[in-house]
Design a protein around this ligand. Sequence first.
Ligand code: C5P
Length: 232
Amino acid sequence: MGKDVIIACDFPTKEATLEFLDKFTGKKPFVKIGMELFYGAGPEIVKEIKARGHKIFLDLKLHDIPNTVKSAMAVLAKLDVDMCNVHASGTKAMMEAALEGLTREDGSRPLLIAVTQLTSTSQERMQDELLINEDLDKVVIKYAQNTRDAGLDGVVCSPLEAGKIHESCGENFLTITPGVRFADAAKDDQVRITTPEGAKKIGSDYIVVGRPITQAEDPVAAYERCCREFIG
Ligand code: C5P
């Protein structure tokens, strides 16, 4: 499984997204499409970006009863996305159903990864509101192990957690990590960050990079720099 840089296309409209992607005339980057764009522009946006030669991580974070997730995943498999995701808190049964729904008749399927605990959930809120009393770090590792046991390919995590997750779930279990910033740039609202080179050293398999590329004066140059530092 090759390491790659995934650009988070956090644009509000189809037009803004395609205008951004038009800049990439050489290598077509792997892109992440989130809820805002998917719900606004519909499945057509996925087909259009695929037709332009990009790989797509469709970041919809499914979480429902197993049967519903299974049916929804079958629809996403038909859309020919390359990676999609669920919440690990939906349980192993839900993740197994997701995998089943995603697997096409010929046995092929997109990569399936899970979100452990959202990085917006603090230790305090997890305890007070979700009544989970374990340490957040321990919860993240346990959810990653559940994800691996259900047969999924990996998890989204902080680059600073990637090493520990590989230790407990195996080297081949994928870590997809946002929170990446160039050494000489703004952190924006990200807190636990690392550079593309740092993510490579820690062992991330894919880095998800948004604003350092989308808001750069020269997005193509920023993307190429990211690839050089992360992939080499
Ligand atoms: O602009 P930036 O590089 O911060 O974008 C990171 C992307 O990764 C955004 O789409 C954000 O929603 C997503 N993400 C994140 N942290 C997580 C999970 C997803 O930043 N824990």
